[in-house]
Write a protein that binds this ligand. Sequence first.
Ligand code: ATP
Ligand code: MG
Length: 217
Amino acid sequence: MLTLALSKGRIIGETLPLLAAAGIVVAEDPETSRKLILATSNPDLRIIVVRASDVPTYVEHGAADLGVAGKDVLLEHGDGTGGGGLYQPLDLGIARCRMSVAAPRGFDYAHAVRQGARLSIATKYVRTAREHFDMKGVHVDLIKLYGSMELGPLVGLADAIVDLVSSGATLAANDLVEVETVMPISSRLIVNQAAMKMKRETIAPLLAALERAVASR
Ligand code: ATP
Ligand code: MG
């Protein structure tokens, strides 16, 4: 039996069509079901529904053999490079967005950076943000938030934020401007390293089918 960890919302929403293209359908609608373990048309594959940021944890511990997680989540988990017990064999190209720095309209970010100003940055992605600003040689005070980052600069919590942006509508609605791209983001398939060896006969065909589904989209 293979266990695949997915999170509700866009990850499940965009992974199910890839699974369907690989001939695998889920027995019930994960968005409406309260079940956290879902059977699929493949008797050898079940899906577990977990929080997005918990996907790497389940896979790392082998509670799930595979998972789908955003690059943002993998980098924060400390495994953006593929080390630490997780393989990242496939970029699924789903849940695409970018991680960006955004600041209130009127805040001259480029000027502040040139001046060597110390910036306060509110973000959920402290690890990735730290790396980004360290690389630029910008001194920052990072303030960890768990959501609604856009509010931070509006009430004086921080000068700017680091957050995921796709359309930019949320930023615009809060008078924030994207001032710098940190990196493009998409979701990756992750595989437990031990499972990759022990369950190769079932994982390899699934991987190949998903690769074909991604390539033919
Ligand atoms: P939670 O809502 O449980 O705190 P989350 O916000 O990380 O966690 P989702 O909103 O479902 O969970 O996002 C899951 C993944 O989808 C993210 O890790 C990211 O890779 C991607 N994602 C997040 N926001 C966007 C967006 N605006 N556009 C496209 N993809 C996004
Ligand atoms: Mg969310």
